[in-house]
Design a protein around this ligand. Structure first.
Ligand code: K7E
Ligand code: CUA
Ligand code: CA
Length: 636
């Protein structure tokens, strides 16, 4: 291993940090350093040597990522924005960022977190930070149905839903009784009735400060969220903690990895056991138990809480090495793979054995058909639908392509080479994802590998680096790296959806529920927002209803008293695709988007006397600069 203090190593000075001659050396340094951090330094050597040879190899043939000017991408990519709290939409294969969807964050471009409509979704006094990890689209019969994208917020224990027709967040639910929702996937079959969301951290119950030292008594919960109402339908108490989750292709089972079967509260304690476990949840039995009233409730919510700890008929625990992380169901529906993280192995389950397991005809480990070594730090696995799997190796900084059936043969003692290829990625991959790969329609064209570190791959932008999302062509025998894509803090996960599955609106429907409450308020004021411009004075509340048609607002000036609470409602009458207006009240911390045929509103206090200009902040017309008006504030 390289000692960073070795004087013979070339110095990497800041001025010259982009110079190519440093790249290889600094990469080696980097790998050594971070592996040591991971605490598995002793086993490092193996995967590294061979991989360095091909580190700068780029694709010279086959698919590339070029999507020419005026051409459209073939796939939508939905990207978690990590601790930015948002979701991003990318086009593939270009990897161009097409859109940002604010979810758990504040966004001044669209007014998310500022407008009344977004505040209604976020909820009263909602936290304005988020840590989004796992975006997943609703499914019907095991494939994307283009309806919703769901995403978790680990930071504030929430699950959000994005409507795909307008690409906006329309519901956010805080999950009660637990802390840090991490794993999130959807029920694939027959349709997404439930969003499965598991909470990671074990806590005391009730968490009232009186039982904090009773660590063995802590527990966490697996949650079924109703995809339509977004209410929590039920919660299941488990042993150990929960990390990632996935579901099968029959609709009967969901399963979650646990890295802390030890129930420890510190790092060393959570690495003690050689095996942690996969918890399998029997959805039919859970629903039956809820129906028959076999549940408790916890203080602060009326959600049915079921006991799924060891020995329960609702769950089964399968021992899996060691601090397993990702769990991924293969497109055929036959297998699922748990990724070993601290074990160089992946554990493969044959899903049709789960029935026998729940009937106690076989033992938990009898559901395992292979447990094979791939390399160091396996975190997540994706599939091409042609019998091959792609596993990210965090510590080796590689993607390992392996064959599922060959792995089973090897596990059964035959001498077969199940590893087909290892490709260097740059650097330290977490999730990866194949085109349509978490559905029945996996098409084996593209693989995206999401790297946590980009180090020397891009122009430097100070100490904080972007992540590096790499596009890999998997259509041929060999994986080929075809694109480096910097992304901001921090896509954990993404999904790649064929564009034929997503149908979006070009204009808002006037009946859109996102602004229905605002229309109801206008009606109560006797205002038809679509045809009228009107100022309603209601004590110290003022409601200003105005239309917008490029390049004018329906109201050029309005008068209020200092201290009035002012609500401005803007309805964009433009029927032309792409003509979005904005509304910004200068010096009042207020701005928002009003897309064609949309109504949006914002409320603020007119606390400054005098002339206060407002203007349109989305460029809409040659006279966009002139699209402005005055709020005249009479001093108190
Ligand atoms: Cu692996 Cu939050 Cu899906 Cu990150 S998790 S990598
Ligand atoms: Cu309207 Cu700019
Ligand atoms: Ca453990």
């Amino acid at each position: 291993m390289i000692d960073p203090k070795d004087k013979n190593l070339p110095k990497i000075d800041v001025e010259d940090s982009q110079a190519t001659e440093h790249v290889k050396v600094s990469r080696r340094l980097f790998l050594g350093g971070s592996a040591a951090l991971a605490g598995i330094a002793s086993t490092l050597g193996a995967g590294m040597g061979s991989s360095l040879l091909s580190s700068s190899a780029h694709a010279t043939s086959g698919a590339d990522s070029t999507v020419g000017p005026g051409e459209l991408d073939e796939y939508y990519g939905f990207w978690s924005g990590g601790h930015s709290g948002e979701v991003r939409v990318l086009g593939l294969p270009s990897m161009r960022e097409l859109m940002r969807i604010p979810v758990f964050n504040v966004d001044s471009a669209t007014g998310w977190g500022i407008t009344n409509e977004s505040k209604a979704v976020l909820g009263e006094n909602a936290p304005l930070n988020g840590d989004s990890h796992h975006p997943h689209m609703s499914m019907t019969n095991g494939s994307y149905d283009g309806k919703y994208v769901f995403i978790n917020d680990k930071a504030n224990t929430r699950v959000a839903r994005i409507r795909c027709d307008i690409m906006k967040t329309d519901k956010i639910t805080t999950i009660p009784n637990c802390q840090a929702v991490h794993g999130l996937r959807v029920q694939k079959v027959p349709y997404t009735k439930y969003v499965f969301a598991n909470a990671e951290f074990r806590i005391p119950h009730p968490n009232n400060g009186l039982n904090m030292d009773d660590v063995p008594g802590y527990y966490t919960l697996f949650n079924g969220v109703d995809a339509e109402s977004m209410d929590v339908a039920w919660q299941v108490i488990v042993d150990g903690n929960l990390d990632n989750t996935d579901a099968d292709y029959t609709g009967k089972y969901a399963f979650s990895t646990s890295y802390n079967s030890e129930g420890a509260t510190d790092l060393a304690g959570s690495m003690k056991a050689e095996r942690d476990h996969l918890v399998i949840f029997n959805i039919e039995r859970i629903e039956a138990a809820v129906k028959s009233g076999k549940f408790i409730t916890l203080p602060g919510s009326d959600v049915p809480v079921l006991d799924g700890r060891k020995g329960s008929e609702l769950t089964r625990y399968v021992p899996v090495p060691k601090n397993p992380h990702g769990i991924n169901t293969a497109p055929g529906g036959k297998y699922a793979v748990a990724n070993g993280k601290l074990s160089p192995t992946v554990t493969m389950f044959q899903l049709d054995k789960f029935d026998s397991l729940f009937d106690d005809k076989i033992k938990p480990r009898d559901t395992i058909v292979a447990e094979v070594e791939l390399g160091l730090g396996p975190l997540h696995t994706a599939f091409d639908g042609k019998g091959n799997a792609f596993t990210t190796l965090f510590i080796d900084s590689q993607v390992c392509k392996w064959n599922i059936e060959k792995a089973i043969h090897a596990y059964n003692g035959e001498s077969v080479d199940y590893i087909l290829q290892k490709l260097d990625v740059h650097y330290q991959p977490g999730h990866n994802h194949t085109s349509m790969g978490e559905t029945r329609d996996a098409d084996g064209k593209y693989l995206v590998s999401l790297q946590k570190f980009s180090k020397d791959r891009f122009l430097q932008c100070g100490p904080l680096h972007p992540e590096n999302d790499q596009l890999i062509d998997i259509s041929g025998e060999e994986m080929k790296l075809i694109h480096d894509g910097p992304t901001y803090a921090e896509p954990h996960d993404c999904m790649i959806v064929h564009r034929s599955k997503v149908k979006t609106r070009k204009l808002y429907d006037r009946k859109d529920p996102t602004f229905a409450a605002t229309i109801t308020m206008a009606k109560a004021d006797g205002v038809d927002v679509y045809t009228q411009n009107k100022v309603i004075h209601d004590g110290n509340k003022v409601r200003v209803y105005m239309t917008s048609v490029a390049p004018v607002y329906g109201i050029n000036e309005f008068r209020v008293k200092q201290g009035d609470e002012v609500t401005v409602v803007v309805t964009n009458l433009d029927q032309i695709e792409d003509v979005t207006h904005g509304f910004c009240m200068v010096n009042h911390g207020v701005q928002m988007e009003i897309s064609p045929q949309q109504t949006a509103s914002v409320t603020f206090t007119a606390d400054k006397p005098g002339v206060q200009w407002f203007y349109c902040n989305w460029f809409c017309h040659a006279l966009h600069m002139e699209m402005r008006g005055r709020m005249l504030v009479e001093p108190a």
